[in-house]
Design a protein around this ligand. Structure first.
Ligand code: GTP
Length: 355
């Protein structure tokens, strides 16, 4: 079977993290998120993968190459201008040979793709859409269906009180190849807003596949941070142990660790620093004497100088937090940014990438 992973979005809501790193390459526990998705596909018996890309595509192509490292055949189709979630599929129609999965490139989920496929084959519709239940559907696309699972309506981002259901589009689809015939070529088209509603209006059978799996859209900084906490506590199962995880965990002085943490390679941490809880250090990070890094994600090569503190922050590669600086909760620091010694970075700050 084939799968298409949509990886062409600009990821504006994750800026400045996505100014140099396309969203699918944003690390989750130090591994590009897309790699986890591709491994899931392989585990589900899917080894023919097409990646429609367009935004910073070299970061993706150079990491995965032809896919052989993961036992996959990967083909890339680069869009000169973004074609939207359905336009991107129309653009790769010539490669599709039968029913195929479509995955949004920014979804972290424990969904069982084999079970979804079995359900699709049993129902026999033109498409199956993975749905999940959320407390507040107002930020999502609601999907209404009858008792048999047949979809009757799509309602994009309703007011909370007007939401017709708590079941929302979770960004994994199994489509029959004919769906591609319904998508116009040569212009941006949204599958959620245009193609699916049009298919319903034309009387086509689309089925809901609702599960209670773990699911998060990593597209916002808060969700990206929260997903790591969920992995640490095991709500999203990625096989972590309690305590200190990661290839560099043994190299960090235990006096500095407040578990759970995940530590990359070649990390240097002063014995009187405090790392954790719920903290990830990327490869080559350095944390100086008396520094405190809690509930935070540090990408590769980040330096936290002596006495600096971070709490619930995300720091992109090669940034430097000066001695004694205080980085406020919810802050996102861009690639190579330099925070001056003793600076106070406010809550929810977005500090741009330094080029
Ligand atoms: P924001 O700018 O923060 O909304 O992020 P985004 O651009 O990634 O958009 P969104 O989260 O809605 O995209 C959902 C998925 O579709 C992501 O995996 C995107 O990479 C992908 N995607 C969105 N637009 C396009 C497009 O025009 N072409 C391709 N190939 N993929 C797209």
């Amino acid at each position: 079977m084939q799968a298409v992973v949509l990886v062409g979005g600009e990821g504006t809501r994750l800026r400045p993290l996505t100014l140099e790193t396309p969203k699918p390459m944003v690390p989750v526990m130090n591994v590009p998120f897309l790699e986890r998705t591709l491994v899931r596909l392989k585990e589900a018996g899917i080894d023919d993968v097409i990646l429609p890309a367009g935004y910073l595509p070299e970061a993706i192509t150079s990491w995965f190459g032809d896919g052989s490292r993961l036992g996959l055949k990967i083909r890339y189709v680069i869009e000169e201008t973004p074609l939207g979630t359905a336009g991107a599929l129309k653009n790769i129609q010539q490669y599709i040979t039968g029913p195929f999965f479509v995955l949004n490139g920014d979804v972290l989920t424990s969904l069982d793709l084999r079970a979804m496929r079995a359900n699709h084959e049993a129902k026999g519709g033109l498409a199956s859409l993975h749905l999940i239940r959320v407390e507040d559907p107002s930020a999502f696309g609601c999907v209404v269906h009858d008792a048999s699972g047949r979809i009757t309506a799509f309602v994009e981002k309703p007011k909370r009180e007007d939401a017709p259901t708590d079941e929302v589009n979770a960004g994994t689809y199994l489509l029959e190849a004919e769906v591609l015939d319904a998508i116009p070529a040569g212009r941006p088209v949204s599958i959620e807003r245009e193609t699916f509603p049009q298919l319903i209006a034309a009387g086509k059978a689309l089925y809901a596949y609702t599960t209670a799996d773990y699911w998060v859209d990593l597209g916002r900084p808060e969700a990206y941070l929260a997903a790591h906490r969920d992995i640490f506590i095991g709500t999203m199962p990625l096989g972590l142990q309690p305590g200190a995880n990661g290839p560099g965990a043994k190299g960090v002085p235990s006096s500095a660790i407040i578990p759970p943490v995940f530590v990359g390679r070649n990390v240097r941490v002063a014995p009187d620093a405090k790392i954790g809880p719920y903290t990830v250090l990327g490869d080559g990070c350095e944390v100086g004497s008396g520094a405190v890094v809690a509930d935070s994600l540090l990408w590769d090569g980040v330096v936290v100088e002596a006495g600096a503190s971070l709490d619930w922050a995300i720091v992109a590669s090669r940034a430097r937090i000066g001695a004694g600086a205080v980085v406020g909760r919810g802050s996102v620091i861009g690639h190579g940014a330099i925070i001056a010694p003793n600076a106070a970075v406010g809550e929810d700050a977005r500090i741009p990438t330094t080029r």
